[in-house]
Design a protein around this ligand. Structure first.
Ligand code: AMP
Ligand code: MG
Length: 375
């Protein structure tokens, strides 16, 4: 059975002000877009109803625009049209599509191919695009799909904003587009003068400013096997994204096959349960959580350690199962930066619970990354 799960995020938001001040009110709305739930909360003065409604609309319009450009589920998306372009000659694309492809190339190179948006034929071979069609494909099917996978099949010309694809190349931006969309929504809110907001697109979350009581936002992250939280992260002006093996998966022969595929083998990643990344932007958090998921705890955390202002948690298992086979023996690894923070405490109760006392990330600068994978 293929399950589409939405990462449950618990936002603990407080509001408060002195009686003499005009008070701030939370204005929220929820939509279904990009195959998931999109929720925004903006804080404005009590009487700013009209402004708040316009804020919410402006942010939603950004996410809709990204969906219209990058969806694989729409025949008329710019990405689908790029796929149906048969020529190998370069095609001019919109700025959003070009920017996301350029970022995909950056994080793809950085992660030595762990993040690879040309993975579409493999995701298709494993049946992850449609509900209830997922099954283990033959080795031959996997090998055939692998022939058209590889970031070197995409050529980008930054000067002319054109893209050329080698024949048969198909792109899936599922690992990065949500993050980009959240950043665009936040940019629209900021442009409208919003100082406090939380934007959450299917578990990719970005916080703007501080909550009304001046405290950081507290964002809970779902435990990969139970309906509870495994941790809380305090955040001001930053983003959190989680990649999980519970998000979309099927089980066959007692094994879980989930939607994140190791492009180097053509098979779904085993033994990583979830990766949560905190970063200055949602796109960085989104791309790096998927990349670290593929790389696993050791290489994944070494990748994150090479980036500035990035924090990560990897939940993994060594393949061992507890007596309840659906609940693997969980292990937790934190990146070095996080463990060095004196105030961060980690307690294990009921298997696992993590409380990050510090406020992350410490800077809103875009993250510069360098990774020497042989270290
Ligand atoms: P996320 O939930 O952000 O980790 O993204 C996972 C989605 O990205 C999957 O559902 C696939 O559509 C796609 N995907 C799977 N494996 C990879 C990979 N190795 N690199 C890039 N995208 C991938
Ligand atoms: Mg991702």
């Amino acid at each position: 059975m293929l399950r589409h799960g939405i990462i449950i995020l618990y936002l603990l938001i407080f509001s408060g002000c002195s009686p003499t001040e005009k008070s701030l009110t939370a204005f929220s709305e929820e939509w279904l877009v990009m195959g998931t739930v999109f929720t925004i909360t903006v804080y404005r003065l009590d009487d700013e109803h009209a402004e708040a409604a316009a804020d919410l609309e402006a942010a939603f319009a950004e996410v809709t625009r990204v969906d219209e450009i990058m969806s694989l589920y729409r025949d008329d998306s710019e990405l689908s049209m790029l796929h149906s372009w048969l020529g190998e000659s370069p095609v001019e694309v919109s700025k959003p599509l070009f920017d996301v492809l350029a970022a995909s190339q950056y994080y793809g190179n950085l992660s030595r191919g762990a993040l690879d948006v040309t993975v579409q034929p493999l995701v298709e071979a494993w049946g992850f695009y449609a509900a209830d069609t997922a099954s283990v494909p033959s080795r031959q099917t996997v090998e055939d799909a692998r022939k058209t996978v590889g970031m070197d099949r995409i050529s980008l010309d930054h000067q002319n904003r054109t893209v050329a694809l080698q024949p048969g190349t198909r792109i899936d931006l599922g690992a990065i587009a949500k993050g980009y969309a959240v950043d665009q929504a936040v940019a629209a809110l900021r442009q409208r003068g919003v100082n406090g907001a939380i934007v959450n697109l299917g578990g990719t979350v970005r916080a703007v400013g501080q909550s009304p009581d001046g405290e950081p936002w507290t964002i809970g992250v779902q435990h990969p096997r139970t309906n509870t939280l495994f941790g809380e992260i305090n955040l001001a002006n930053g983003a959190v994204a989680t990649s999980g093996d519970y998000d979309r998966f099927f089980e066959a022969n007692g094994k879980r096959y989930s939607h994140i595929i190791d492009p180097r083998t053509g098979y779904p990643v085993q033994n990583t349960l979830s990766v949560t990344v905190v970063a200055p932007t949602a796109m960085a958090a989104d791309a790096l959580s998927t990349a670290a998921f593929v790389l696993g705890p050791r290489a994944g955390l070494s990748l994150l350690a090479g980036c500035q202002n990035i924090y990560g948690v990897v939940l993994h298992s060594n393949g061992g199962q507890r007596p309840d086979a659906s609940f693997p023996d969980l292990k937790l690894s934190l990146n070095e930066e996080l463990t060095r923070h004196k105030d961060a405490t980690f307690t294990e109760a009921e298997g696992l619970y993590v409380e990050f006392r510090d406020v992350y990330p410490v800077s809103s600068q875009p993250s510069d990354c360098e990774w020497n994978s042989t270290k």
